[in-house]
Design a protein around this ligand. Structure first.
Ligand SMILES: Cc1cc2nc3c(=O)[nH]c(=O)nc-3n(C[C@H](O)[C@H](O)[C@H](O)COP(=O)(O)OP(=O)(O)OC[C@H]3O[C@@H](n4cnc5c(N)ncnc54)[C@H](O)[C@@H]3O)c2cc1C
Length: 429
């Protein structure tokens, strides 16, 4: 099977995998391969955490069966290659929603576990792993373990947020959350300045299940819109299907001029103070244009997502935004959100209490990388960390400093499994 199509979302031009393998069923053993292997979900990670250049990828999408669903309790058991989109299609009409969802539905359950993904309700619900009742972990020695918070708990903690390195998750059991309709009641509030964001956000978190801000990081004083929401007892028609960006333009369509224009229009557009919308545009606005990552042209793009603890959050966020504005390299997809206190279950889970900032950057080579070095220094001085799911370049020292349980985690890594990310941050190349 060709390695074409098995890429990462940032399209930074990594060398391909040497081999693409499959599991014929969830009870099959891992296929033999001479080198290393890495499970591949749906490639929605931005960088090499989902890639194994020169080694083998194990394509998981084929394992997409639903095994059991109890419409009274909302407990779902499905294979790990099932997409969150498939779960929503089946469960929303029956009154159940994902307990935690990232900003795209095109993510597999296995990928959501391996990066312990978070959503706009982290302050209320914690990360994806907090709602996992159990899963099966298949290792290259042929062993299979049922893992749950109270069954093989050490394997559970290593595998949630374990970057696909502890073994292959074959199926998972999830607790969904009840909804009374498919829509979301939204409250939009414009703000100018970070102090205004932190004050508004604190209030929104007390009142709403979901809260996230979009910010214009090119403006002299950061400004943006806080978008809060709750599930509503309303059913609305689903929006029209997604459209794919058909081609990669020969150069990036994202540059300082287009960003400034976009941000000014987006900030200035009429934001109704309150509206009720179908859950799809609320949770997955970017999914409306499939393959929007092609907008960045053939050189691809980076995302930089940090988390910093509460005490340092205001100062570190201000410093990062100032550095980004000064560099003129900001993005239109700048997202600011507070993580809550609920601890993430994984040894390497990214979410930590504090503030997370996520931005996309067109790949401009050395200029972009030197900006990231400045941002790394701010994040590390604040006691924060970067998100492996979004990373394509963090140095080993940055990873080690951000993840104090790394040594403990390393003892659970399957000797047959590896990724481009892992070799980079463990300096194994
Ligand atoms: C538009 C967009 C918005 C996003 N928004 C968010 C967000 O709000 N919050 C957030 O947390 N993330 C977000 N992400 C990142 C995305 O949720 C994660 O990268 C997710 O892990 C991707 O899942 P995937 O199925 O595509 O897996 P891949 O990207 O293919 O793989 C991710 C990791 O999972 C491992 N893996 C995959 N399947 C298995 C398995 N069966 N067993 C063991 N390991 C496995 C892989 O080895 C790899 O380490 C976003 C991504 C995009 C493109």
């Amino acid at each position: 099977m060709s390695a074409e199509g098995f890429s990462a979302w940032g399209r930074l031009g990594w060398p391909p995998a040497a081999e693409i393998l499959r599991l014929p069923s969830r009870s099959a053993p891992l296929p033999a391969t001479a080198g290393t292997l890495l499970p591949y979900g749906n490639g929605r990670s931005y960088g090499d955490v989902c890639l194994n250049p020169g080694g083998a990828l194990l394509a998981m999408r084929g394992l997409d069966r639903f095994i059991a669903f109890d419409a009274d309790t909302g407990v779902l058991v499905c294979e790990a290659g099932a997409l969150l989109a498939d779960i929503l299609d089946v469960c929303v009409p029956r009154g159940w929603f994902l307990p935690v969802t990232p900003g795209t539905r095109h993510v597999t359950v296995g990928g959501a576990i391996a990066n312990d993904v978070h959503g706009k309700n982290h302050h209320a619900a914690g990360s994806f792993g907090a709602h996992l009742r159990a899963f099966e972990l298949l290792r290259s020695d042929g062993s299979r373990r049922r893992c749950a918070p109270d069954e093989n708990p050490a394997w559970f903690a290593a595998t949630v947020g374990g970057l696909g390195l502890t073994g292959v998750v074959t199926w998972a059991e999830l607790q969904l959350r009840r909804i009374a309709g498919n829509a979301v009641a939204v409250r939009n509030t414009r703000f100018t300045g970070l102090d205004a964001f932190f004050a508004l956000n604190a209030e929104a978190e007390r009142q709403h299940e979901y809260a996230v801000a979009w910010i214009d990081c090119l403006a002299k004083t950061p400004r943006g819109v806080l978008i809060a929401g709750d599930h509503a007892a309303t059913d609305l028609p689903a929006p029209r299907g997604e459209r794919n960006l058909p081609l990669t333009p020969p150069f990036s369509l994202i540059n300082e001029t287009s960003l400034r224009a976009f941000n000014a229009v987006y900030y200035g557009k009429p934001w109704p103070a309150r509206e009720t919308v179908h859950h799809r545009p609320y949770f997955y606005p970017l999914d409306a244009v499939g393959r929007w990552n092609r907008l960045y042209g053939p050189r691809g793009f980076y995302q930089y997502q940090s988390a910093v603890p509460p005490a340092a959050a205001a100062a570190a966020t201000a410093e990062m935004l100032a550095a980004i504005a000064e560099s003129g390299q900001g993005s239109f997809l700048a997202v600011l959100k507070n993580f809550g206190e609920r601890p993430s279950p994984g040894l390497l889970s990214f979410p930590m209490a504090g503030t997370t900032l996520a931005l996309d950057f067109p790949n401009r080579g050395a200029a972009t990388l030197s900006l990231f070095e400045r941002l790394d220094a701010i994040v590390l001085a604040a006691g924060g960390r970067l998100y492996p799911a979004k990373d394509a370049r963090m140095p080993a020292a940055t990873f080690r400093a951000g993840y104090p349980r790394l040594a403990e985690f390393s003892s659970f890594v399957d000797p047959k499994l590896s990724s481009g990310f892992w070799r980079r941050v463990m300096e194994q190349n």
